[in-house]
Design a protein around this ligand. Structure first.
Ligand code: FES
Length: 101
């Protein structure tokens, strides 16, 4: 089963991921968290690729960057581009550093 996650972080949302999610919901006949046995549709928090918003993650480590309604279904079918997982450091030390700025 292919897992498709639309990023709903701030950057992706500001670049149209909500419209993209609604488009995928309509085309796939699925709501976030549902699957039809071949595709699971869901949302994800920021994936770390904000500069390439809006982002759709496919099967955990593949991405469609700068996703558009006109091409998203074909790009999901093709599987997206393999990328290293972005690990965002939200440890207490990191948050303390932010507070000190
Ligand atoms: S908000 Fe989507 S990648 Fe950061």
């Amino acid at each position: 089963m292919k897992r498709v996650e639309v990023c709903c972080g701030k950057s992706c949302t500001s670049m149209g991921s909500r419209d993209l999610l609604l488009f995928l919901q309509e085309k796939l006949g699925l709501k976030p968290g549902q699957n039809d046995g071949t595709i699971e549709l869901d949302t994800t928090p920021c994936t770390g690729y904000c500069s390439l918003s809006p982002n759709v993650r496919v099967n955990d480590d593949h991405f469609v960057h700068q996703a558009e309604k006109a091409t998203i279904l074909k790009k999901i079918e093709q599987g997206g581009i393999k990328r290293e997982a972005q690990i965002l450091d939200f440890s207490d030390d990191f948050l303390d550093d932010l507070r000190d700025l």
